[in-house]
Design a protein around this ligand. Sequence first.
Ligand code: CA
Length: 649
Amino acid sequence: MRNPLIMRNNSQPQNEYYQEALMRLGQDSVFTKTRSYNGKLGAIYKKESTEFRLWSPTASQVELLLYDDWYGDIHYSFVMQFDEDLQVFRYGLEGDQHGTTYAYRLTFLTGEQVITNDPYAKAATVNGHRSVVVDLEQTKPEGWGARMSPWETPDKTVIYESHVRDLTVSKSSNIQHKGKFIGLTETGRVNDSGSPAGLDYLVDLGITHVELLPVFDYATVDETQQPPSAYNWGYDPYNYNVPEGSYSSNPFDPFARITEFKELIKAMHKKGLRVIMDVVYNHVYEVENHAFHKTAPGYYFRYNDKGHLTNSTGVGNDTASERSMMRKYIVDSVVYWASEYHVDGFRFDLMGIHDIDTMNAVREALNEIDSSILLFGEGWNLYTPLSNDVRAANQNNAKFMPGIGQFNDGLREAVKGNDFEITAKGYVNGAWHMESQVVQNFMGGVDFGNYNDPLQLIQYIEAHDNFTLYDKLVASSPGTSIITIERQHMLATTIIMLAQGVPFLHAGQEFMRTKNGVRDSYNKPDEINQIDWNRQEDYRQSVNLVRDLIKLRHSEPLLRLKTHEEIRQTMNAVRQDYQIVHLTYDSPEYELILIINAQMNTLNVPLFPDEYIVLLKDHEVFLDETNTVEITDTISIEFISTLLLKRYK
Ligand code: CA
């Protein structure tokens, strides 16, 4: 994600309490030992009483503020007690506090006061400014049961990256609750030609995991406007543990969004689909307005030696995952979503900002709930001010993070060309000498040395912040016929779907989604971002190809090997030159022959004379092993297409 939010002006002098805190927190190791806390935080609800706990290492006084109601005035303020043993401020309220609206007022040694929402809030008023006590039992939709049973076949994972609003808002979706969580619970929705749209479409396609762009509360869409007057992907975090209000049918009701997001998860689970959350702990929208900064100034973010916020994320601030209470926050938050909402996976935005100990702590904590919960992220190698003894959670260090996947931009770049330049070419659209890069990545990074196993590689060709493949192919080859573009598109997607690792599709990729050449569409209107469900009619061949490739992948174990050792023993690159890749897969009973022809010409390839089963030919999959071909000397492969054969020994 590269969401160019407003850059904060770091040259402004910081206020006094901030400076004071920064100095005091200069030596985190000393500080951590004396001031850290490892228990529950936030409003700890019980039917008979609620206890509020806030960690603020430098406040001299904290008051609990209670409002008349969700949108009323401040009615009470109570001075919280500082617990020397726990190192937290505490206050208890008798009675059932479900629905009580609260905030904190902190006073610092300088006399400065701030009012803030609770960083650990689980419910919030519209736009997230006030926190609300919630009895989570009351937010469970009817029929809310246990988590789905563990995902026993991680090698069968197929991820589909999408956005609540994009999937539900277009007229062609015929979805009733447009732009809402519950829009994705609607079944029986069809496009204007009667083909499935929304939830039913996702089920038909056969993907296993739906990855949703941020669904926690983010800052830049005004929730009081219905329908919203703005659009955003959501990489502008505000309340990390509260669902986003603009996706709720009633953003003013703090509980509706909680129940409705659970309704979405319940509906997907009922259909066998699992849900991955895109989580963004690497930065916040505005430091000075965020509860992290207000409750522990100088603590949760990284600073340079001049005391200015560092900016490795490119959005003006970087959180400091290496600090114990930030690490705890990330772990607590992920555990909360997994246990309370039954979320099945987490995609860490700009994971390379974090440190490996934090990511391993997340993995370990999730394992306590269900070790099959997916965990992966953007391990870009970003400059961070981490000291030399702290390893960043980037691709280079993947082997130190077992069970944590990495987006593999290596395959993306090899297949379609540099993503930052729309005109750059790759293997499928005319670049030469890309074959070995395709093969190395296609074979699950077996020779790279930084991965433990192929399942650590998230294999993809386009994601939300890339040019769509279609837009890139059109722009990089002016004058090319649409037939060629479509063949290049299907070839690229086929490579992703057959690669060793975890295939990842960007929503609508299977019907050649276009965003009209806009790459960073994070705040562009629906016209750019929405899924046009009618487009599947125009690209039916490609939709069928993707659907059938998923089935083929699921039925053919050699296409989803689990270890590098298996890949070494099974796969062999026969040829990788002149835009041709020829691979074999060898097992005791049979072999597979895969030939990828990116040339503009039909190719004739000599093969051992025998009868072969055709599994994939000219962008069509044959699933039942009844399509056979007798080869006497050579077989031809159509221009820009793939051939996959099977031969029993
Ligand atoms: Ca929001």
